[in-house]
Design a protein around this ligand. Structure first.
Ligand SMILES: O=C(O)c1ccccc1NCC(=O)[C@H](O)[C@H](O)COP(=O)(O)O
Length: 226
């Protein structure tokens, strides 16, 4: 039986980072997107990274930034893994081959859009380790492409996984609209490599709630995995 990894995104201070780590999070997300309510400064991010216990991965999140900027921030903060959460292409990923990359993609029920997505991300380079599947929320939240609490059709996604059509894609991380009440059910349906949450563990926009983080991790850990 394998274990579903947990990423808590949009951490903004050391205390919350350590609550997440203590609760069992494998990774925390640090958002470098100016118009996000979860955006943090480089100095704050560096302090959070330095305060983390070993074996908890800090992940820097960017939207449509050029490679030099991403590399510069990663170096300043001391992170080795980045999440590209905009409309980045395979070429953008290839330009970051000194980093581990997670690429966010939008799940669509439209077969043609799915085919295009599969074509684009099949046979990835070795530093592209996972695709983070999120809901299409481009109209919501001031145009932000993530952290909106929107979910997508998990049953359709599970069917796609079991069809074998995305076997040549990087490992799937399930995101979008997860919270402590639905994460165990989502894991049981989809059996993703990892789950990712932001607004589902917040008491208000951009403000993380320690109790919800703990509940989210407990529920994820208790879910039945294949
Ligand atoms: O978190 C943000 O503010 C954000 C801003 C711009 C692009 C992406 C962003 N977050 C991406 C994440 O990894 C979220 O955890 C993911 O979209 C799920 O969000 P939620 O539905 O709120 O759990």
């Amino acid at each position: 039986m394998s274990r579903t990894r947990i990423k808590i995104c949009g951490i903004r201070d050391e205390q919350m980072a350590n609550i997440a780590a203590q609760a069992g999070a494998d990774a925390i997300g640090l958002v470098f997107v100016e118009k996000s309510p979860r955006n943090i400064a480089i100095d704050t991010a560096r302090q959070i990274v330095q305060s983390l216990p070993p074996l908890v991965e800090p992940i820097g999140l960017f939207v449509d930034e050029d490679a030099d900027h991403v590399r510069h921030v990663a170096e300043q903060v001391g992170i080795n893994t980045v999440q590209l959460h905009g409309r980045e292409s395979m070429d953008d990923v290839l330009a970051l081959d000194n980093l581990t990359v997670l690429k966010a993609v939008t799940f669509s029920n439209d077969p043609q859009k799915l085919e295009e997505l599969i074509d684009e991300w099949s046979d990835p380079p070795s530093h592209l380790k996972a695709l983070l599947w999120d809901a299409d929320a481009s109209d919501a939240n001031e145009g932000l492409l993530g952290g909106t609490g929107h979910r997508f059709d998990w049953d359709a996604f599970a069917k796609l996984i079991y069809s074998g059509k995305i076997d040549r894609l990087p490992k799937p991380i399930l995101a979008g609209g997860l919270n402590p009440d639905n994460v165990a059910h989502a894991i049981e349906i989809v059996q993703p490599y990892a789950v990712d949450v932001s607004s589902g563990v917040e008491s208000s926009r951009g403000i993380k709630d320690p109790d919800l983080i703990v509940q989210f991790c407990e529920q994820s850990q208790q879910a039945k995995c294949d």
